[in-house]
Design a protein around this ligand. Structure first.
Ligand SMILES: [Zn+2]
Length: 232
């Protein structure tokens, strides 16, 4: 049944390239519960002092894009790539504890964290298809250098398969704040989102501090609150 579904999803999709069945992800993998070290579909690379991982196709496309940017005098450093459920849990729980005294109401605290951070199990970074480039500070993209980099990416990134899910909020139906740094490798990510929407339910989003409060919040608003071109 599952293979039939995948054949349907990948075999008949006209807009997206056909993917081999090795790209079918389990629910656990979609939730970031995957070991990428020594995984045959992932590439390990170094950016600054960080060791990062991406799916091979995304990494190859990113490398070509970074080379092109370099030829135009721009450096596209990679701040973040694949993140596991545990990585996201660490980010989420750090914020959850740090904001406890500012936002004692847990619902308000969740909404505040969700302005920029995903709940564990709901991050696109879990898929190995998404990257944060250059800076995760919104103010940087207001500087001359930041504007130049964003303009270059907006012109050239789609040629390499990268699109920005978190564009200005007026261009989508809700979700996280605008993130000029977050780029998604569309040929894989859109298929993974389609799989996510049919495989994962919000009851799977559990196992971290604040998860109980998140049950009061419609997380689909965040998961699908992306640029329409990246929706399946
Ligand atoms: Zn990101």
């Amino acid at each position: 049944m599952k293979h039939f579904f995948l054949f349907f999803l990948f075999g008949f999709s006209m807009a997206l390239p056909k993917l081999p069945l090795s790209f079918s992800l389990t629910k656990e993998e979609l939730l970031g519960k995957i070991s990428v070290q020594n995984h045959p579909n992932f590439v390990r690379f170094v950016s600054g002092e960080k060791i990062l991982y991406l799916r091979k196709e995304a990494y190859e496309a990113l490398s070509l894009m970074r080379e092109a940017a370099h030829r135009d005098g721009l450096s596209l450093s990679v701040i973040s790539a694949f993140r596991s459920f545990e990585d996201q849990k660490h980010i989420w729980e750090s914020k959850w504890r740090r904001l406890a005294s500012f936002y004692p109401n847990p619902h308000t605290r969740c909404r505040t964290i969700l302005r920029y951070s995903s709940a564990p199990g709901t991050s696109r970074h879990h898929w190995g298809t998404d990257v944060d480039l250059v800076s995760v500070d919104p103010a940087f993209f207001q500087t001359k250098k930041g504007k130049k980099i964003l303009a270059w990416l907006e012109t050239h990134a789609p040629h390499y398969g990268f699109e920005r899910p978190y564009t200005h909020l007026s261009n989508r139906r809700g979700g996280y704040e605008e993130e000029p740094w977050h780029w998604s490798y569309r040929p894989l990510a859109t298929n993974f989102l389609a799989l996510y929407l049919t495989t994962v339910s919000l009851t799977d989003i559990t196992g971290f501090e604040g998860a109980e409060t998140l049950k009061e919040i419609d997380l689909w608003e965040y998961i699908t609150g992306i640029a329409p071109s990246l929706l399946p």
